[in-house]
Design a protein around this ligand. Structure first.
Ligand SMILES: Cc1ncc(COP(=O)(O)O)c(C=O)c1O
Length: 436
């Protein structure tokens, strides 16, 4: 901090175990650069010219919870959306990086193809055909920074085609509206029922583009019915529009056969988007989009002007993991762990909150829990949970519907928590409610 007095060169040299000459030389250099000031025989200070960067507090949707109100040092955060980051396959990723660094020719370190490395596009296309039923031609696949950049790239393409708004699911991911807002598109909430988007509001909203999560709707967890999937595609053809399919957690299915991607039913109307954010780690910022023919050139050009292509080494490492079978192994490992955690959550809810109706359990990394009315009202429930260090998210946060029955409806993320932590967290809330 400005004005802080530094130790004498003799004392600092002794503390650090270095020569006094080295310290004197360093002080002189820093004084010459303006960081320090010194008076003859009167010591050395940090100069008033130095401005310390103000400490910033992380904010936004992924910021850590600030407090530990329970005072136990252990908070349990059931927020949805995060995989278990400790399951990241460090050894396999390091091996893939070593392998590609050894094998990649120098030319591969130039600006990459804005669509992505050819070997990654081929590997991803084969995987998406096999795992998700996507009609995936590598020439129509663009590697990007997650579903988030896929939405942004599509948003710009829609804007240039005269779109002013995009339909988003209600309830849905708040991220969708934010991403499209960044491309100057207004998000229009479209209500859902237990089968998917309700047809009436979709057809009367005057839209020509929507973003949906039909395989595992976020946050409700429902899989859209075949009829509603068909209805949405009919609508897109009628209005000459586009559907962005966000397959955000399409890799994790527990007790039912995977629901194939909507894109497989009409690849000229559906933009399919996915990423490694749930299967490997969101910090990699690696994802993909498979495009209708009519959008390919514009989206690729947008991607080029946005960042001149995706980092080549990460792409090559992912291609290596996919083609070597390491990616499938990771998915199987996560699937086993997450199923166990889901079962721990279901058991804990049944034990501590009997009568709770849990939905969206067949897939994904979270469930919806509707507690019997006697555990409400919601505000009190959430306050009691927070008072014992347990973070829970009410379903109301994800949409505009505000049911008046007083029941507590929660979106509970479980994948990032150990089974014992899940049980302990739910028990802690039950005890807090029982004891209040
Ligand atoms: C439903 C949904 N889709 C996509 C994303 C973003 O995913 P990605 O990390 O692939 O950009 C989020 C993240 O908040 C999300 O909630």
């Amino acid at each position: 901090m400005a004005g802080t007095r530094l130790p004498s060169s003799r004392a600092l040299a002794a503390d650090l175990g270095v020569s006094r000459g080295l310290v004197t030389e360093t002080y002189e250099q820093l004084t010459a650069e303006g960081y320090l000031r010194s008076g003859r025989g009167s010591g050395t200070w940090v100069s008033g010219a130095v401005r310390t960067a103000r400490a910033t507090t992380p904010s936004g949707p992924n910021a850590p919870e600030a407090s530990d109100p329970y005072g136990s040092g252990v908070t349990v955060d059931f927020r949805p959306g995060t995989p278990d980051l400790s399951l990241f396959p460090r050894a396999a990723w390091a091996a893939a990086q070593r392998a590609v660094l050894t094998a990649l020719p120098h030319q591969a370190l130039g600006y990459p193809d804005p669509r992505g490395l050819p070997e990654l596009r081929s590997a991803l296309a084969s995987m998406l055909i096999r795992r998700r039923g996507v009609v995936a031609d590598p020439d129509r696949l663009v590697v990007c920074s997650g579903v988030a950049q896929a939405a942004t790239l599509l948003g710009f393409a829609l804007r240039s085609r005269g779109h002013g708004a995009v339909g988003v699911e209600d309830p849905g991911s708040p991220e969708h509206a934010r991403l499209f807002a960044a491309t100057d598109l207004t998000a229009v909430g479209l209500p859902l029922d237990e089968e998917g988007l309700r047809p009436g509001p979709l057809t009367t909203a005057g839209l020509r583009a929507v973003v949906v999560t039909p395989s595992h709707q976020f946050p409700s967890g429902l899989a859209w019915s075949a009829e509603r999937r068909g209805m949405l595609l009919d609508w897109a053809r009628t209005v000459d529009g586009y559907v962005l399919e966000d397959d955000y957690d399409g890799d994790f299915r527990y007790d039912r056969a995977p629901v194939g991607a909507l894109q497989g039913l009409d690849p000229e109307r559906v933009v399919y988007a996915g990423s490694v954010s749930k299967s490997l780690a969101p910090g990699l910022r690696l994802g993909w989009m498979v495009l209708p023919e009519a959008l390919v050139d514009e989206v690729v050009e947008r991607k080029r002007t946005m960042d001149l292509g995706h980092p080549a080494l990460d792409q090559a490492a992912l291609a290596h993991m996919v083609t070597s079978g390491g990616y499938d192994r990771q998915l199987r490992r996560c699937q086993r762990m997450y199923r166990e955690r889901r079962d721990a959550l279901l058991a804990a809810l049944e034990k501590y909150f009997p009568g709770t109706e849990v939905t969206g359990i067949a897939a994904g990394l979270h469930v919806i829990a509707c507690l019997p009315v006697r555990f409400g009202p919601s505000e009190r429930f959430l306050a009691e949970a927070a008072s014992v260090g347990v973070t829970l998210r009410p379903l109301e946060e994800y949409g505009t519907a505000r049911p008046s029955d007083g029941a507590v409806r929660l979106v509970i993320g479980y994948a990032h928590l150990a089974p014992t932590t899940i049980s302990a967290g739910i028990r802690r809330v039950a005890e807090a409610l029982g004891g209040s």
